[in-house]
Ligand binder design. Structure first.
Ligand code: HEM
Length: 142
């Protein structure tokens, strides 16, 4: 059986839909942070000084840069900078927390993308994996 799905295209279309079907009262990215903050007591603690409005805009940008990294296989300046920010020398985001980050994002996508299915989930996991792997790897390096 051949599998010629374009997972990056499936990811992009799902992301567009999730943003488009934002609830009037609660936005997709708000819902992501709400879920993420319940995953471990460490998480709200890490964000205690953060401006969450700015954080959401940055998350939106970073999803695009992660997609670019998947396509180009070269870490752009943005990826390098945020890897440093999250590293042990910076915010000290332990590599294990990235799995909770991705699981939370997918839970939010499941609620907001009306076409969510197992291929959509796989597309998010595949598309964001290179960026996440890079950030985890740079935890000790920078
Ligand atoms: C690949 C996944 C992630 C991406 C793309 C991402 C993206 C970002 C970006 C773009 C910033 C702003 C950096 C700046 O301009 O200074 C940021 C800050 C931050 N991120 Fe992440 N992040 C990720 C995962 C995580 C995880 C797993 C945690 C764990 C709790 C985390 C905690 C933080 C914290 C604490 C800040 C600083 C907030 C502040 O005090 O202003 N991030 N992240």
């Amino acid at each position: 059986m051949t599998d010629d799905k374009d997972y990056l295209a499936i990811f992009s279309a799902s992301y567009e839909r999730a943003l488009q079907f934002d609830d009037e009262k609660k936005k997709f990215l708000d819902r992501f942070y709400e879920i993420f903050f319940t995953k471990s007591p460490e998480i709200p603690q890490l964000f205690k000084d953060a401006h969450m409005g700015a954080q959401k805009t940055m998350l939106q940008d970073s999803l695009l840069y992660m997609k670019d990294f998947f396509l180009s296989r070269r870490p752009n300046e943005y990826m390098k900078r945020i890897a440093t920010v999250h590293s042990r020398a910076g915010k000290d985001v332990r590599p294990e927390l990235y799995d909770l980050w991705l699981d939370s994002l997918i839970e939010a996508v499941k609620e907001y993308d009306p076409q969510f299915d197992s291929d959509v989930e796989l597309a998010w996991r595949i598309s964001l994996s290179p960026g996440i792997t890079y950030m985890k790897h740079m935890y000790r390096r920078t």
